[in-house]
Design a protein around this ligand. Structure first.
Ligand SMILES: [Zn+2]
Ligand SMILES: [Zn+2]
Length: 265
């Protein structure tokens, strides 16, 4: 299934926008990747989009990486196919390390596959298509590195990573305290990912992680509560239009309360 192409795209696909200082989001069909430019001139790519999107991501990156800026690393929020789809091809272009949480390492080094999608987890066409989504591990062993346990983010001094398990065992989010910018991967989404209609129009609302692939709902809820405590003012997620300008702690807490109170798998 690794060649499967998702005929899904959202209205803002293909526009690289600055959502917070030095944080540029690019929508690749149904998923967002983020470039973070550090004051030092280094750049880091967060997540790698859909399969077959490498040339598109590189083209957008080249617009950002002018004036001798260099991409120094790729950081993965987790290893699902829509976040690593272009990774292997991007590594042909950029010889950089790929940082993941130690518990996500098996899924990017060919050692473990994610469990099958649960299309019945929620209604909606994307959920129905989900058994077709690739779930097999990629293998980037030669480049994969575990993130340091101290929470530091390579090349991005003013950021820290936070373990937000649940959607996957080693899912992480990234947070910058100075302006409360949160890059949350699939820990939360700002679109109801299960529904093709909402994906297509990118209706803006806070939602839990994509249900068909979420492995542990109890942990997913705890992770969202932890994110609420950060009082993020910008919420940049793997799916959906970034939200900014408010304190999202209350909405995140309510969202956590609304998640299924069972393990899920
Ligand atoms: Zn995911
Ligand atoms: Zn995703």
């Amino acid at each position: 299934m690794s060649d499967s192409y998702m005929p899904l795209t959202s209205v803002n696909s293909g526009v690289c926008k600055e959502y917070a200082k030095g944080v540029y989001g690019l929508t690749v069909q149904i998923v967002n990747v983020f470039f973070i430019l550090a004051p030092s001139g280094d750049a880091v790519l967060i997540d790698c989009g859909m399969p077959k999107s490498a040339s598109f991501i590189i083209k957008e990156a080249e617009k950002l990486l002018e004036n001798d800026r260099q991409l120094k690393a790729i950081i993965l929020t987790h290893g699902h196919f829509d976040h690593v789809g272009a990774l292997e091809e991007l590594l042909d272009k950029w010889q950089v390390p790929v940082y993941v949480h130690p518990e996500e390492m098996p899924y990017v080094t060919g050692k473990a596959d994610y469990p099958p999608a649960k299309p019945e987890a929620k209604s909606g066409l994307v959920a129905k298509l989900s058994p077709l989504f690739p779930r097999h591990s990629i293998d980037v062993s030669s480049r994969a590195k575990p993130l340091k346990e101290d929470g530091s983010v390579p090349f991005l001094e003013d950021w820290r990573w936070i373990a937000t398990p649940g959607h996957t065992p080693g899912h992480i989010s990234l947070f910058r305290e100075s302006d409360k910018t949160l890059v949350a991967g699939d820990a939360v989404t700002t679109v109801e990912q299960e529904s093709l209609f909402e994906v297509a129009i990118q209706k803006q609302e806070l939602n839990g992680p994509p249900a068909y692939f979420t492995m542990d709902w109890l942990k997913a809820g705890e992770s969202i509560r932890q994110l609420a405590e950060l009082k993020p003012a910008s919420l940049l997620t793997g799916h959906g239009v970034p939200m900014k300008g408010a304190d999202f702690s209350q909405e995140l807490s309510s969202l956590a309360d609304s998640l299924p109170a069972s393990q899920g798998w």
